[in-house]
Design a protein around this ligand. Sequence first.
Ligand SMILES: C[S@@+](CC[C@H](N)C(=O)[O-])C[C@H]1O[C@@H](n2cnc3c(N)ncnc32)[C@H](O)[C@@H]1O
Length: 192
Amino acid sequence: MAEKEAIMNKTMSNFHFKFMSFGYKFRDFFLPRKNILKEVGVKPGFHILDYGCGPGGYITAAEELVGKSGKVYALDIHPLAIQTVKNIASKKQLTNVETICSDYETGLADNSIDVVLLYDTFHDLSDPDGVLEELHRVLKPDGILSFSDHHMKENEIVSKITDKGLFKRARKGKMKVEGDMNDLFRMQEVFK
Ligand SMILES: C[S@@+](CC[C@H](N)C(=O)[O-])C[C@H]1O[C@@H](n2cnc3c(N)ncnc32)[C@H](O)[C@@H]1O
């Protein structure tokens, strides 16, 4: 119970979450998520981790791109986010979508993920370095961290993501994710 309360203290209110979800419907209409994921390089068979998935704007597009041989993990600290993704998966019969309610530990195996999506979430993390370590652990040696956060300046993003030596910058996308450009970071180490 105390653990549940501690988690709820770290999440936004249900009203704020629903308000944000409503705004994302417009974003996703004008900037379709599938085009972004295609630019990221999501392919059939990929295992994707959407870290801070929110109301699941990327889930359907990711599931369609990875196909039945792939897997989409949707992680969020907010129970409403998890419930929303579960509803989408159930309504659209997305059988290869799995939800993870957590604020940092993914519970996923080492070197198991091809692409992590970390969009509009990093600025909100209480332990950003811990999350980066966890993402580095679960990403395959040639995996990609696709990052965007319109609350942060580009140079701040680059230094915060690369400072610990876990990631190096690979390229910058051309497609707008959420008002900013899509920054991609690739694993620096081929073997951990
Ligand atoms: C602004 S929303 C972004 C949603 C989604 N990534 C998108 O761009 O459509 C940020 C999400 O991150 C989640 N979040 C915040 N802190 C978190 C944490 N420590 N661990 C997991 N999720 C977190 C929030 O609950 C929220 O759903």
